[in-house]
Write a protein that binds this ligand. Structure first.
Ligand SMILES: *[C@@H]1O[C@H](CO)[C@@H](O)[C@H](O)[C@H]1NC(C)=O
Ligand SMILES: *[C@@H]1O[C@H](CO)[C@@H](O)[C@H](O)[C@H]1NC(C)=O
Length: 397
């Protein structure tokens, strides 16, 4: 009897278990922006409709998809703000188009305080920043009266999330900014802006941990990916980068009390027709921090100006204040299996700080040829390099 009763109760428990699993799977709801009044006609301003769709989706305790069908949706500045009750998904099949101009601000579209967010674009989902109307008069590098233009997408305090199959074109400023985030995977991201468009960085990461950028294509007028202060455990793999300024750590040392950068792997990437390949750059300043634990591995350089570069005298727009040498300590950097062509003779340039010489820099199997007359060279200061395997250009003595 006792056995029979326990079997019956076990069956009952299993029944409840499977019933609840099914219920969770079915707890999925679509919030189509059109039912909130949006129109993909390239005319109507859809900001209010998107906000209403988001409000309902974010308040839904399940998988809540904000769905944007094919069409061209004009969208003003907006923020998708959490925390949400369930797991929000933004599924973009259409094109979101920014107004050609709006006042100085951080970003066009912001995602903030959201856990377990998915943003996906499929084959057609595109963000069109319309930067071509704003770049000319607002290049903050050449014009100190400029007003800062907004990034296309900004993720702030977003955790355990995925962004995939998203395309962004002609951002006014950076395409994607990741700030204060943790555990975010980005795959199949395609970012495009003209080579001569100012400040159109691909992805900028700061104060964030465990960010993965995988299988993506970035070609813009600035860095493909920039890793800024406070970034930890960043992975970039299978990235095709170019044209643009390459993959950069920094610039660091620009502000007091900057957090360290620790842990970056750049692996299986191609960098093509870019100003830099893999770069670490720091300002000459008294602001101390540590940049350590970098691996640059299996990277093909095609026609790159400075394939491997550490620049601790960074001064893109002279004159710079050079009263202090850089106080950023760079250490534990491995360059392994990097090959291809350099447009300049100096294929490896390691200009470290006189106050904080670079430590534990290792080169293994480097094969970079100068495209043009004269053999490729290495140039080094304030650094001891350990080299193994093939070394072309020959290492500094
Ligand atoms: C990110 O990718 C890694 C490796 O593929 C995976 O283990 C992890 O769960 C993913 N994170 C999210 C938030 O999807
Ligand atoms: C990654 O490596 C594979 C195999 O060597 C190569 O075919 C592919 O082009 C690489 N990806 C990039 C972005 O370089």
């Amino acid at each position: 009897m006792a056995l029979q009763a326990s079997i019956i109760s076990l069956i009952f428990v299993l029944f409840i278990f499977f019933a609840s699993v099914t219920a969770v799977q079915h707890n999925l709801k679509i919030f189509d922006v059109r039912t909130y009044g949006a129109a993909g006609d390239g005319q109507k301003d859809n900001t209010q409709a998107f906000l209403l769709a988001w409000k309902d989706a974010c308040g839904f305790a399940g998988k809540a998809t904000v769905y944007v069908p094919v069409g061209i949706y004009m969208l003003g500045q907006m923020a998708f703000v959490g925390p949400c009750k369930g797991r929000p998904i933004v599924h973009l099949q259409g094109v979101l188009r920014a107004p050609s101009w709006f006042g100085p601000s951080d970003s066009w579209i912001t995602f903030r305080y959201i856990n377990k967010l998915v943003v996906k674009g499929g084959k057609t989902g595109t963000l069109d920043g319309q930067g071509q109307f704003a770049w000319k008069n607002n290049d903050c590098h050449s014009n100190s009266n400029c007003s800062p233009l907004p990034a296309t997408l900004r993720f702030e305090f977003v955790t355990n999330s995925r962004v995939h199959d998203i395309r962004s074109i002609n951002s006014k400023n950076s395409h994607i900014v990741i700030f204060g985030c943790k555990n975010v995977n980005m795959t199949n991201i395609r970012l495009t802006a003209p080579q001569d468009s100012p400040n159109t960085d691909g992805i900028k990461i700061g104060s964030s941990t465990n960010i993965k950028i995988v299988k993506s294509v970035i070609g813009t007028g600035d860095d493909c990916v920039a890793i800024l202060a406070g970034s930890r455990d960043i992975l970039i793999s299978k990235l095709f980068c170019g044209p643009g300024h390459g993959i950069s750590v920094g610039s660091l040392g620009g502000f007091p009390n900057e957090k360290n950068v620790a842990g970056l792997i750049v692996k299986n990437c191609t960098i093509s027709n870019a100003n830099n390949g893999v770069r670490i750059k720091t300002w000459e300043s008294p602001h101390h921090s540590i940049a350590s634990g970098f691996t640059f591995e299996d990277i093909f350089m095609n026609n790159v100006q400075n394939p491997i570069i550490i620049d601790q005298l960074y001064c893109p727009h002279p004159p710079c204040n050079d009263q202090y040498p850089s106080h950023v300590q760079i250490k534990d950097v491995l360059y392994k299996n990097i090959w291809g062509t350099s447009i300049t003779e100096v294929a490896v340039s390691l200009k470290c700080s006189s106050a904080f010489p670079c430590k534990n820099i290792v080169m293994k199997d480097i094969n970079l040829a100068h495209q043009g007359s004269g053999a490729a060279k290495s140039l080094c200061s304030h650094v001891d390099v350990l080299s193994f395997g093939k070394q072309s250009p020959p290492p500094c003595l």
